[in-house]
Design a protein around this ligand. Structure first.
Ligand code: M6R
Length: 587
């Protein structure tokens, strides 16, 4: 949610272009407006734009030279997307400029404490700039303001009286600092450090710092200087190009095979070694926590762990669980699932899990989640740029499948060769009829609503398929367990509706088909996604029959591609769906 970057360079450079290049790497965090500020002849110059970063890029001038600046890409929370609401914001005396990620919960109260100050935006963030009332360029000014804030923040500020310092603050929103011989970068994601340096600092909650080319000084919230150590930047295989494909979402769906291979390697190289017999003996129950697609992956994980390892398991929506006042019994293990590792709703539950064993399942081993949990499993899907999760969701499901089989082996002293199932899956993974799926996408694209139905694991796949379709195509859609269809939901079905039945489990196949038929009798347009035979009157998405639970991945892959195609057919950009951000770092 919102991306932040700050740069200081040794030489004068076209600073706006440098900032925009970094900002583009953060665009996945929000893209409804963007802006930058830099020091130019002892004054702060600001440039802002509505919409994607390319709009800002068109406004900046390559002639504007400078050595220090800050920039921001926004995902609106308070105030609509507009130039006025875009960051950076200036202090009243125009000495300071700030960018902010997070939420100032008490912004109205703070605003009313500032008599005779003009606000030009509807945002909560502007109050941070306006509270900076001393012109002295010192971190104490920022610490003082932050101590008044209730809520979350990552802030980077510049002051026009000091062209060699970035002022940084952090609480519950990530921010990192990297220093190389000729530049310093402060950013809300380490992605901005690639090809720049080899290690970086991570600020923790209520830590602050003054960053300049020759020194970085860290402070706690009382203003006391503290010492911090650096983290090595993990070498990444990330390529930020579409490889001549039209969209990242398509590229990432096509990369799923690599993600599967990575998890096989991970398991073969003892990636699960910390989950050992002595740990398993302590587990009485497992609670999975996640949001959106990660929650859907967790539902599958909980079911598989009950099925194979016979450990009672439940999966919960992060934003609900934290307020549920659940009695957490001794012997509970928490599994937090989050591709970004920065989702605020998910991280908030870490507090409840204090004193329990916690396992993270993430695609970001530099994240807050990875640092906070007792054991972290790396799904190694490679960076996802498209906002809708595809390969990361698939890798989460696969990681939870191998976890369930690993726990089964440990608990029952068995030697189930589950990796051979995964290898078998690879053999059929690319047996996919894209042409047929394109035709089905055309059929789905003009329907007024799409209802996904399924039983057991197929219902969890239906939830994810429905989320994916509505995220990128905006067609109203929901998922319902097949058996529930007749308990009210059939009221939604008419000849403009499409019902997608998912049926991959032999014992449930005829049941789901009966429910499909109930929808068909009411005029519904039917698509069935299955490895089994069905009546010819229905459109069919074929799935290879691999006869084990990994069939989930084949269904997920097909329905992701369907969502992608429907989005493209309807003329949308699937990589940047409206009202969405990749990393949701506010509650
Ligand atoms: O980074 P996380 O896995 O914690 O993100 C959770 C959800 O915000 C995320 O899965 C969201 O639902 C995606 N847009 C799904 O495509």
């Amino acid at each position: 949610m919102c991306g932040i970057v700050g740069i200081i360079t040794k030489k004068q450079v076209p600073i706006c272009s440098s900032l925009v290049q970094k900002l583009k790497l953060l665009e996945y965090r929000g893209y409804d407006s963007s802006g930058l500020a830099f020091l130019n002849k002892k004054n702060i110059k600001v440039c802002k734009s509505k919409g994607e970063i390319k709009n800002l890029e068109q406004k900046i001038s390559a002639k504007d030279m400078g050595n220090i600046g800050i920039a921001h890409t926004r995902w609106a929370t308070h105030g609509k997307p507009s130039v006025l609401n875009a960051h950076p914001f200036l202090s009243d005396d125009k000495n300071w400029a700030i960018v902010h990620n997070g939420i100032v919960e008490n912004y109205l109260e703070l605003k009313s404490s500032l008599a005779n100050v003009n606000f030009c935006s509807q945002t909560d963030s502007e109050v941070i700039a306006k509270l900076l009332q001393t012109n002295a360029p010192h971190i104490l000014a920022l610490i003082d303001v932050c101590n008044k804030i209730k809520g979350s923040f990552a802030i980077v500020a510049i002051n026009k009286l000091d062209n060699n310092t970035l002022f940084v603050a952090k609480r519950k929103s990530p921010i990192y600092v990297m220093q190389s011989s000729d530049e310093v970068i402060v950013a809300s994601d380490t992605i901005c450090f690639e090809n720049t340096g080899k290690d970086y600092y991570t600020l923790l909650d209520d830590e602050f710092c003054e960053v300049s080319l020759d020194k970085i000084i860290f402070y706690d919230k009382t203003g006391k200087v503290i010492k911090k150590s650096k983290t090595l930047l993990k070498k990444s295989q990330n390529k930020f190009s579409k490889d001549n494909l039209p969209h990242f979402m398509l590229k990432e769906i096509l990369e799923e095979k690599v993600a599967i291979k990575n998890i096989i390697d991970y398991c073969q190289n003892n990636g699960l070694k910390k989950i050992n017999k002595s740990l398993v003996r302590k587990i009485k129950q497992i609670i999975f926590i996640g949001c959106g697609s990660a929650y859907h992956a967790g539902l599958i994980g909980a079911k598989l762990i009950e099925r194979y390892a016979k450990i009672p398991s439940t999966c919960h929506i992060a934003s609900e669980f934290r307020y549920a006042e659940t009695d957490i019994k001794p012997g509970t293990v928490f599994v937090f699932i989050s591709q970004s590792g920065e989702t605020a709703d998910t991280l908030a539950n870490l507090e409840l899990a204090k004193g329990f064993i916690t396992i993270g399942v993430t695609n970001n081993m530099h994240s807050t989640l990875s640092r906070a949990v007792s054991i972290c499993l790396d799904i190694m899907a490679g960076k996802e740029i498209a906002v809708a999760s595809t390969k990361a969701y698939l890798a989460q499901v696969l990681m939870l499948y191998v976890l369930s089989r690993h726990l089964q082996n440990l608990k029952f002293n068995t030697k189930v060769d589950y990796l051979s199932h995964v290898l078998d899956l690879l053999n059929v993974f690319e047996d996919i009829d894209f042409k047929k799926l394109d035709d089905i996408a055309k059929f789905v694209a003009n329907k007024s609503e799409v209802i996904f139905i399924g039983r057991d694991l197929d219902y969890y796949l239906a939830l994810e398929a429905s989320l994916k379709l509505k995220e990128v195509s905006y067609i109203p859609s929901f998922a319902v367990p097949s058996g529930e269809l007749k308990h009210g939901y059939l009221a939604q079905v008419d000849n403009r509706t499409c019902v997608v039945g998912i049926t991959t489990q032999k014992n449930l196949h005829s049941k789901t088909l009966s429910n499909v038929s109930e929808a068909h009798s009411r005029g519904g347009n039917i698509v069935v996604c299955s490895p089994f035979d069905i009546e010819q009157k229905y459109l069919k998405i074929d799935v290879p029959n691999i006869d084990n639970d990994l069939i989930c991945l084949l269904v997920a892959q097909r329905l992701q591609y369907l969502a992608y195609r429907v989005s493209v057919i309807k003329g949308f950009n699937p990589d940047k769906p409206r009202n969405l951000a990749k990393s949701v770092t506010v509650e």
